[in-house]
Design a protein around this ligand. Structure first.
Ligand code: URA
Length: 218
């Protein structure tokens, strides 16, 4: 009981009636819609047979992290390790990604959500086929809608081209703020590409600094 309430009680004027918070039921509704949305999506992805990748996968790789994150990082597709463990970016590219995140003060799972365009591994790590991307896109769109991040970082050509619906190169898309469904989006190189092209790490660092600055201004 607050001092004011104690005082009013002593004066015989308690209880005090408060105006009901009109926002609350709406907030609660939104929370329960979002909870339902996550449950449905987390059932739909492992059950998905929309393209032939379901035949060769060990398991689907849904995504990982804070479901209320401000940051959402999006890669291409699971590799062998991800297919085995069910989590995105857990192989060598993932270690580089974790270091990149640490460089801008971020940590996997803390205000960060990581997902891929494809939820299943393309055999032999071949490039995703357009039909696979088209069939899988609703899953990613659902994740983005539920998380409602403040900023998306598209890593690599497939994520950038899929989300921005363009054929433009990463080089031409870097350094600007784009948008996906109204969410600001920046583009950078894919960590696996950086492992093979070390000189471009400096450019990826520039992109991360740009992303951090963009987030600070949101
Ligand atoms: N490359 C990706 O694009 N995603 C992963 O999860 C792993 C490697």
């Amino acid at each position: 009981m607050s001092r004011r309430e104690e005082f009013l009680a002593e004066m015989g004027l308690a209880p005090i009636w408060r105006l009901r918070n009109k926002e609350k039921p709406r907030q609660e509704e939104a929370c329960s819609d979002s909870r339902k949305g996550w449950i449905e999506l987390k059932q739909a992805v492992p059950a998905c047979t929309a393209c032939s990748l379901h035949k060769s996968r060990k398991q689907t790789v849904f995504g990982v992290g804070d479901e209320q994150a401000d940051w959402m990082l999006i890669g291409e597709a699971p590799g062998a390790e991800e297919d085995r463990l069910g989590e995105p970016f857990v192989g060598q590219a993932g270690r580089l990604l974790d270091n990149m995140l640490a460089a801008i003060g971020l940590k996997r799972g803390e205000n960060v959500y990581i997902a891929n365009v494809l939820k299943c591994r393309p055999p032999g790590n071949r490039n995703p086929a357009p039909e696979e991307v088209a069939k899988c896109s609703p899953h990613l769109r659902g994740q983005i809608e539920l998380i409602a991040p403040k900023l998306i970082v598209a890593m690599g050509r497939f994520a950038a081209q899929t989300l921005l619906n363009t054929d433009a190169s990463i080089a031409s898309l870097r350094g600007r703020v784009h948008a996906y469904a109204g969410v600001p989006l920046v583009v950078t190189y894919h960590p696996a590409y950086l492992l093979r092209n070390l000189p471009d790490k400096a450019k990826a660092w520039e992109d991360l600094v740009f992303a951090r600055k963009t987030m600070a201004g949101l």
